[in-house]
Design a protein around this ligand. Structure first.
Ligand SMILES: C[S@@+](CC[C@H](N)C(=O)[O-])C[C@H]1O[C@@H](n2cnc3c(N)ncnc32)[C@H](O)[C@@H]1O
Ligand SMILES: [Zn+2]
Length: 265
């Protein structure tokens, strides 16, 4: 079953009319030329440009294109495909790297949501087999109990929404940092690097499986720069840190991810 978008203003179903989605209260939303729909009302914007900015999106696109995160992409897409869903929502999809991989492996209607317009623009322009929208995942524009699989990759989790959106026994697949993810880079800015724990089981869910996947990769300065710029701790890097990173040139970096599969009870 495909999913109908819900009006972010009145929660009524949105119907397609040419290049526009309209609800019975006549709220109208136009598709952008790149093919995405903007369902983010001003009330749900916490800033002028919420979510990742263009620099972060470009850095993420450039880094992901190197293929160093392909093993995570593959793992997530295979896991989603293994539950044979009819529909999947990627919550906080960014520029669509994982959304696209899921769509090509699973025989499902795949939706990507992100509050960052820059990210969704990049996603929709490149990946035409997915349905992308600018929307808040704290008020996702879909009806209750209709999603078969929710995917969250390094994105915030809104527990109530996860429970509301999923069908009974639906799957939630979450990728989060593993114990020593990027430890070699964090050593530049933290005196002591703490390891990450697996995420807690969200309320109303049970854990099906949790895998830790890791690789050590060799990165040049451009890769390292993009990798840091796409993360939230980029702002901690001062000019002297960048200088040291550039001087060292090649870096061995640990990539480490927990991939957790939960089921709604
Ligand atoms: C670390 S990025 C991960 C992006 C993508 N999942 C990936 O791994 O390539 C987190 C994403 O969550 C988005 N985000 C943060 N808060 C959000 C919200 N309330 N609603 C929708 N997206 C949100 C950001 O704009 C950003 O694209
Ligand atoms: Zn409406």
């Amino acid at each position: 079953m495909s999913l109908a978008y819900q009006c972010p203003l009145c929660k009524h179903t949105l119907y397609s009319d040419m290049n526009t989605l309209t609800c019975t209260n006549n709220h109208r939303f136009d598709y952008a030329k790149e093919g995405y729909i903007n369902l983010l009302p001003v009330q749900q914007k916490n800033s002028k440009q919420p979510g990742d900015n263009l620099d972060m999106v470009q850095a993420r696109r450039a880094f992901l294109t190197t293929g160093h995160y392909r093993f995570l992409q593959q793992k997530v897409a295979e896991l989603v495909a293994s539950v044979n869903p009819e529909n999947v929502i990627d919550l906080g999809c960014g520029e669509g790297f994982y959304t696209q991989a899921i769509a090509s492996l699973a025989n499902a209607n795949v939706y990507g949501l992100d509050i960052s317009k820059s990210a969704v623009k990049y996603a929709a322009k490149r990946y035409k087999t997915c349905n992308f929208s600018v929307a808040s995942i704290s008020h996702a524009p879909f009806a209750d109990n209709e999603a078969n699989v929710l995917v969250s990759i390094f994105a915030p989790l809104f527990e109530q929404e996860l429970n509301r959106l999923l069908t009974r026994h639906g799957s939630l697949i979450v990728a989060s940092p593993g114990p020593w993810h990027l430890k070699e880079l964090k050593q530049y800015i933290y005196k002591e690097v703490n390891d990450h724990s697996p995420i807690d089981v969200p309320a109303h869910f049970e854990l099906v499986a949790q895998d830790l996947i890791e690789q050590k990769v060799e990165l040049n300065f451009t890769d390292v720069k993009n990798l840091i710029t796409m993360t939230p701790f980029a702002w901690k890097f001062r000019p002297e840190h960048w200088q040291m990173l550039e001087q060292q040139g090649e870096h061995t970096v640990t990539l480490s991810f927990y991939v957790s599969h939960f089921k709604k009870m």
